[in-house]
Design a protein around this ligand. Structure first.
Ligand SMILES: [Zn+2]
Length: 401
């Protein structure tokens, strides 16, 4: 039986490192971006197209899959890898983020539109046992506990899985954050016990560091995870109200973590966030941003092609819905190796978006995924060559150095 392993080399630049996570379904060169196949699909793409973008690893959401079609069905179909035709490394989250974010009233951005009013009411109660919620599909009741989260993720067959934690909103007091963090630690103990009961040593289990914006709570939480036999560590909980506060918390927290384990930054993955995260020693990121903006006509571009660079609110993408692309014969990025940039112009993509043609989403998603996979490759190369700081200074869109 092959086990998940992690090896790394410290880079010259601050705390950054170049590593490799080996799973039963292949290798992830780090730092890496994990693409979100929320419901077991990269929206608008076939898995053949996903593989062609250079994506190394994808993440699916336990919450959605346990409700529909159900982890038991997926297990019967041979596991999520086989069910969705992905044969590479697969990460699942615990399901907690969606349930708690709905319960706290800030509707998860993955679930919106016409179902918003229904899903807002789905969290019924949270106790020491776990969270009880109602399915947004058929109204049936579910209990997501530390044990059922682990069992569900193992039924799905993911390589890298995460303990259930209590996700708290930003406005909680220090005392409330401390109480919630300690409950998450008790849940992590139960997750470890369930994980070991299943003898699932071929999978990698991540513990989560909580503690919100309070350094002494982050320290307590880091001490807890370092002392437990987790494969990896994920930084969760509130990261503050601004980018600068988030970077401070990430900087502080990564210094506390045992260096021999991979560190994942949950749900964060803007380009600036990636450069800062890598500098502080983050190994993997996940974020819906590249695939979500694609569905709104947003195409990621390097700084030299970005007309908003240097403006008061720089973006990382072109909005191809804008009229200025009507007659633009250029591909999104002439240097991009993707099949979209090899084939079609900004003008054509603008036309498809305006005409509500579904292929627009596939074309732009393919570009954005290739862009992110290529960017991470450049970052890894720069870490190998000792030129990461130079690359970061070329790419930074914002103010953080
Ligand atoms: Zn492209």
């Amino acid at each position: 039986m092959s086990l998940c392993t992690f090896t790394y080399t410290k880079s010259d630049s601050y705390r950054s490192r170049r590593g490799r996570i080996t799973t039963p379904h292949g290798v992830v060169e780090t730092p890496a971006f994990i693409f979100c196949a929320t419901k077991g699909s990269l929206k608008s793409l076939t898995m053949e197209q996903v593989r062609a973008t250079g994506a190394q690893i994808i993440l699916s959401n336990t919450y959605h899959l346990m409700i529909n079609p159900g982890s038991k069905l997926i297990e019967t179909m041979g596991g999520l890898h086989k069910f969705m035709d992905w044969n590479g490394p697969l990460f699942t989250d615990s399901g907690g983020f969606q349930i708690f974010s709905l319960g706290h009233g800030s509707v998860s951005s993955e679930i919106k539109g016409s179902r918003q009013q229904v899903v807002k009411k789905t969290l019924l109660k949270v106790t020491e046992e776990g969270a009880t919620f109602r399915s947004y599909v058929d109204g049936s009741h579910y209990c997501l506990s530390p044990e059922t989260s682990i069992t569900t993720q193992l039924e799905l067959g993911a390589d890298l899985i995460v303990v259930l934690d209590e996700c708290t909103p930003f406005h909680l007091s220090e005392l409330e954050t401390a109480q919630s963090m300690r409950r998450s630690h008790r849940w992590a103990d139960r997750s470890l016990a369930e994980f070991s009961r299943h003898e699932a040593q071929s999978r990698g289990l991540y513990g989560i560091i909580q503690g919100g914006i309070w350094p002494h709570l982050r320290t307590e939480s880091a001490d807890y995870v370092n002392g437990q036999p987790f494969f990896g560590h994920a930084i969760g909980g509130s990261l503050g109200s601004s980018k600068n506060q988030m970077y401070e918390i990430v900087d502080y927290t990564t210094q506390l973590l045992s260096p021999d384990r991979p560190v994942h930054l949950l749900g964060i993955g803007g380009i600036e966030d990636i450069f800062c995260g890598v500098k502080y020693g983050i190994d993997t990121f996940d974020c819906v941003h590249p695939t979500r903006i694609a569905r709104h006509g947003g195409a990621l571009v390097p700084p030299e092609l970005n007309p908003s660079k240097g403006t008061a609110s720089p973006r990382d993408h072109l909005n191809l819905r804008n009229a200025c692309y009507t007659n633009d014969q250029m591909p999104i990025d002439p240097e991009c190796p993707c099949t979209t940039c090899a084939a079609v112009s900004r003008s054509y993509l603008h036309y498809l978006l305006k005409a509500n043609e579904l292929s627009a989403f596939s074309y732009i998603t393919i570009h954005n995924m290739t862009f992110m996979a290529s960017l991470m490759k450049r970052i890894r190369h720069a870490l190998d060559e000792g030129t990461f700081d130079e690359l970061a200074s070329q790419w930074h869109l914002g103010t953080t150095s």
